[in-house]
Write a protein that binds this ligand. Structure first.
Ligand code: ADP
Ligand code: MG
Length: 238
């Protein structure tokens, strides 16, 4: 569960090729970070994996199944957005359970999954509150809870911490890393923040103008950057 393969995937918007042919394998349970400057194609690549954009050519496989033409809901992936749209009039419990209710799951099974997610995220004492009565970090956790209850094969994060202040960002970084250790589920995490990439990733994918400059562990990229771009971006002295 949770292996994602991109085979010669491209994406063009009109005449502009934003992603030239790209191959990438994300292994089951891996924490993979896409990092690169603004506009390099990180979000586009994540949206292609999520099925929120169609590939122009190439193939995407999820757990060996060809997912290229599957709609987002059929991909077994859960996307966590930076602008976490919670329903202000619903309790935390109802917010987290919402995708399950939409999927027609029984109330008992819904409660079981919400209780599990709340336990993992330290939200057990907040389930009856409304989003307006939560801190920014707690609201972010509710958004993650909504993803957890769907029991996805992989979580996709697009700069989930960029709206938080610096101290909270450090906290949430640790929490997401802990969550990964607990769930052992594949996570694909987009950021333009080198520190996030270096501290969270099993594997970093450095992107530049839609191309992969290098793939490797944080230590590999730091000690053996393939070129000046990677060295400059990761901050090693090459
Ligand atoms: P990043 O997330 O790394 O900042 P994006 O994936 O958002 O980069 O964008 C990559 C490139 O694709 C940019 O040049 C952006 O302007 C372009 N792009 C993204 N989405 C669209 C779209 N829907 N239509 C046209 N161009 C787009
Ligand atoms: Mg982006």
């Amino acid at each position: 569960m949770g292996r994602i393969t991109l085979d010669q995937v491209t994406k063009s918007f009109g005449a502009v090729e934003v992603i030239p042919p790209l191959d990438l394998t994300i292994d089951d349970g891996e924490f993979v970070v896409f990092v690169g400057p603004s506009g390099c194609g990180k979000s586009t690549l994540l949206r292609l994996i999520a099925g929120l954009e169609d590939v122009s050519s190439g193939q995407i496989r999820i757990d060996r199944e060809d997912a290229t033409d599957l709609p987002p809901a059929k991909r077994k992936l859960a996307m966590v957005f930076q602008s976490y749209a919670l329903y202000p009039h619903m309790s935390v419990r109802k917010n987290i359970a919402f995708p399950l209710k939409m999927a027609g799951m029984s109330p008992a099974e819904r409660d079981k999954r919400v209780d599990y997610a709340a336990g993992v995220l330290n939200l057990t004492d907040y389930l009856d509150r409304k989003p307006g009565q939560l801190s920014g970090g707690q609201r972010q956790r509710v958004a993650i809870g909504r993803a957890i209850v769907r029991e996805p094969a992989a979580f996709l994060f697009d700069e989930p911490l960029s709206n938080l202040d610096a101290a909270l960002r450090v906290n949430m970084r640790l929490e997401i890393s802990e969550l990964h250790n607990t769930l052992e589920t594949t996570m694909v995490y987009v950021t333009h923040d080198q520190v996030e990439a270096m501290t969270m990733a099993d594997k970093i994918v450095v992107l530049n103008a839609g191309r992969i400059e290098q793939v490797g562990s944080p230590l590999e990229l730091y000690h053996t950057p393939r070129n000046r771009f990677v060295a400059g971006f990761i901050g090693s002295p090459k």
